[in-house]
Design a protein around this ligand. Sequence first.
Ligand SMILES: *[C@@H]1O[C@H](CO)[C@@H](O)[C@H](O)[C@H]1NC(C)=O
Ligand SMILES: *[C@@H]1O[C@H](CO)[C@@H](O)[C@H](O)[C@H]1NC(C)=O
Length: 397
Amino acid sequence: MPVLFGHRYLALIVVVVLVVFWFFGPQGLQSDGGIHYPRVQGKAFSDVLNSTLGFQEIFVINLPERSDRRDAMTLAAALTRLDVKWIDGIDGKDVPERVLPGDSWDKKISKGNKGSWRAHMNALQRVVQDNLTSALILEDDADWDIRLKEQMQVFAQAARAFTQPAPRTRSTLADTEGRSELSVSQIPINLRSRLTPYGDSWDVLWLGHCGTEFPSASTIVAHKSKTPTMNRVPLLRVTIPSDVTVPDAKHLKAHPFALQDSLAKEYAPHTRVVHASDKTTCTQAYAVSQQGARKLLYQFGLKTLTAGWDLMLGDWCDGLYPRETGNRPVCVTVQPPLFSHHYGKGAASDITAPGGGFVNKDKEMTPYVRLSVRVNMERLVQGVGMGDLIDQWEDAE
Ligand SMILES: *[C@@H]1O[C@H](CO)[C@@H](O)[C@H](O)[C@H]1NC(C)=O
Ligand SMILES: *[C@@H]1O[C@H](CO)[C@@H](O)[C@H](O)[C@H]1NC(C)=O
């Protein structure tokens, strides 16, 4: 009997050690330099590596007649081991006047804006109907780095500063007065989230855009409401230093949709910054939580259609829609963005955005994305090694 007890005792110790190691073992960023991305160790983030990036679904909005884009997106997803589902794009001429929200009736909404609005509403409707905890919504010309899953793990850790309330205080690291800055390695990763690996209390994670601004103290003044503490935009910035997937500063400045100069001026080369969304434009890629999808479907499915979808989403994230509660939505973004429009021959973006004229007829390219899946598609299909892929935005010598 004592021997048996001893064995049991031993087994118990082994289990306890394993459990302790599982939760508190080696965690944090581990870099091996070069083109390989540092891996985040830690169970909390392992789901981010799955085929839906830790969201419950990935939806791609695509007009069925654009079969060229569907082919390209299908391949891009397969080559990065992602599982995508389609939301059919809508032609604006097929959207009848009577389904538009009331406040659009006296406005001239372009056909293009109507079609895009309806397609995005259908995506949100699907998230609500299927009770998804979260979904990533992509436009069909979106492109990303082949190291996306690892990038998203680090992003998830950074985002938690904004999205994961501590159990007792119910406040996040971002709920502090004034501007503060943290490196991603300072974000505690043992904060448990229940709903998504990106934290539990967020509305939108804006991962692909044409530009965004850092919120500033003046943003707060402009948005002061009856309940200023609830409506405050967090000024926290979480930096991801020495990120090998961030292009050299000179490449960031070369784009017409230039990121704020301050990114290049204030930060060391290869720094990515995660912060609250402010004046973000274009919707190549954004994730919504269940609560975010419900709020957005209510606001824009039922009440408001005044402009292009990306501009309305930007205004919503900026807290411009007066709401009884005074709760500013939690929208987190990242610059440089992790997704971007792919420009080039065939199956490419035909976006016309402010500051347009960006389409380069001669050269296929994707801004901000170094080891682009689309630019490297032929090589990836042929199965070449990482070292032989095209780095679009190589560092200066
Ligand atoms: C990926 O992880 C998320 C979060 O745990 C989960 O909801 C989703 O179903 C997973 N996807 C797959 C394909 O297992
Ligand atoms: C929706 O999902 C949540 C958890 O994500 C669950 O608590 C809730 O019961 C679900 N609602 C329905 C109607 O299934």
